[in-house]
Structure formats: structure tokens, C-alpha cells
Ligand binder design. Structure first.
Ligand SMILES: [Zn+2]
Length: 265
């Protein structure tokens, strides 16, 4: 009795798997010796350095087998005309798929066709198609999301640096005026300035001579977004001002401005 394949494979990998009887058989049996030599060559090849990392085009027979496995009746045109081997493969593919070759032209399939494998393959094919669709949908969704993030609907109409007023040396900020497609306007303020305890910041729009002012709201933290009242003429109130306000219940401007800048200046 010959040595079984598993044992020969282990032997080729360098395992000490042979007992005395098997060793004696191997020494006297050309069949087992040849099998052992083949496996040894395969092992040596596999260990003879890194695998090539370039991609190699598959043999056309691979595609025919993929076609057969997926239950596709037709063979791709470029494979169908590839020679006698291709013709044989095409027939084999169609047979394996449970349909006559070129089923659409040749009419009804043979009577001994068992439909179950075909439907299973069809389901496999549908599953693969569904996976492809899901992938495409996912990529498209990702692209849409990226664009949505990259192109906000608001347009930046004007920006200005906010410069420190006396007593607030080192404070600075930026204000920008944004306009949505529907005409809604917002002022976005960022401020880098120390914040004393027990006070808060308020954002205002002022006339250039500071004779008129409109409160936009309280600035929490270092950035805030404020609606500009509809109908307010920003040519009249172009100055963005951030004030330091005590918690005194007085809604008027404290007179203690931290930073100021003029939109469109
Ligand atoms: Zn043998």
C-alpha cells in the first residue's frame, strides 16, 4: 500500500512522519518516490523567495469557469472565438449552467436538466450583482456626502479681521458675513481673547460712528453664528463689535469693546 498524500505532504515540509516500514516503502517504490519528489519541488518553489507582486491576466479558461459557475448561458464574444479549446470550454460552461449553448437561439434546454443548481447559481449571480450595486451606491453616497461637506449652500459675502481695542491687547478675531440662497444672512464670529470670570461676550453691529447699534446675541466660547435681522441694512451697520458685558442685568452695550472690525471695508 502506497504512502498517503497527507503523509507525503508533511514529509515534503520537513516533518519526520515516516516510520521504518514507510521509509522502506518509499525507498523501494518509484510511485511514492516520484510523488515525494514532486511535493519537494513545490515546497522548494514556494520557499524560494517572495511572491511576485505584479498582477497577471488570468487564462481565458478561468473566465469560462467563472461563467459556468455563475450560470451564464452566453460566453463572452472574445472568448467564444478563442480556438477549439475555447469552444469546448464554452460547451462545458453552458452544460454546467444547465442550459443549452446559446440557449436563446437553440430553443428549449435538454430534458435531463436539473433546475435546482441553475437557480442556486442564479441566486449567486444575483447576490454578486446586488453586492456590486451596494458598493456603487455606497461610493456614490460617499461622494455626495463629501460634496455636501465641501460646498455649503451659504455664500461668504464679506470678511473682516477683528482687532483689539485699548485694554484688550492680544485679543483678535475674524467675522464673516454669509448669505444663504434664500437671502438669510448670518454673521460668524471667532474670537481669541481671555475671558474674565463673571462676564460674558455680546456681539453687535454698529454704525461707523458708533451712534447706532444692534445686538446679535451672546457669544459662547470662541465661535458663534448669529442671524442678521431681515431688512437690516448692513451698509448702515457694517461694524462687527464684541463687547465684554458684566452680569448686571443692563441690556445696553457696556462700552467695553474687546475687538472690532468693519465688514466690506
Ligand atoms: Zn508506494
Amino acid at each position: 500500500m502506497h504512502i498517503d498524500d497527507d503523509t507525503l505532504a508533511l514529509l515534503a515540509l520537513g516533518e519526520d512522519v515516516l516510520d521504518d516500514g514507510a521509509r522502506a516503502h518509499l525507498a523501494g517504490c518509484p510511485t511514492c518516490a516520484a510523488a515525494a519528489a514532486d511535493l519537494a519541488r513545490v515546497t522548494a518553489l514556494a520557499r524560494s523567495g517572495p511572491a511576485p507582486d505584479e498582477l497577471v491576466a488570468p487564462d481565458p479558461r478561468v473566465w469560462r469557469r467563472v461563467h459556468a459557475e455563475l450560470g451564464l448561458a452566453e460566453v463572452p464574444v472574445d472568448l467564444a472565438g478563442a480556438g477549439p479549446d475555447a469552444a469546448a470550454g464554452a460547451a462545458g460552461a453552458a452544460g454546467a449552467a444547465g442550459a443549452a449553448g446559446a440557449a436563446g437561439a437553440a430553443g428549449a434546454p435538454p430534458a435531463d436538466v436539473v433546475p435546482l443548481p441553475r437557480s442556486r447559481r442564479a441566486r449567486t449571480w444575483l447576490g454578486a450583482a446586488a453586492a456590486c450595486l451596494a458598493l456603487v451606491a455606497g461610493v456614490a453616497g460617499g461622494v455626495w456626502w463629501e460634496r455636501r461637506e465641501a460646498e455649503p449652500p451659504e455664500t461668504v459675502v464679506a470678511t473682516t479681521d477683528l482687532e483689539a481695542l485699548p485694554g484688550w491687547t492680544g485679543a483678535r478675531g475674524v467675522a464673516r458675513l454669509e448669505e444663504a440662497p434664500d437671502g438669510r444672512r448670518q454673521v460668524v464670529v471667532t474670537l481669541d481673547a481671555p475671558a474674565p470670570a463673571g462676564t460674558f461676550r455680546e456681539v453687535w453691529l454698529l454704525t461707523p460712528d458708533v451712534s447706532g447699534l444692534v445686538s446679535l446675541g451672546v457669544l459662547e466660547g470662541s465661535e458663534g453664528r448669529f442671524d442678521v435681522p431681515a431688512g437690516l441694512n448692513l451698509a448702515t451697520y457694517p461694524v462687527v463689535d464684541v463687547s465684554e458685558e458684566p452680569m448686571d442685568g443692563n441690556p445696553a452695550h457696556s462700552g467695553d469693546s474687546v475687538v472690532r472690525g468693519t465688514l466690506g471695508a
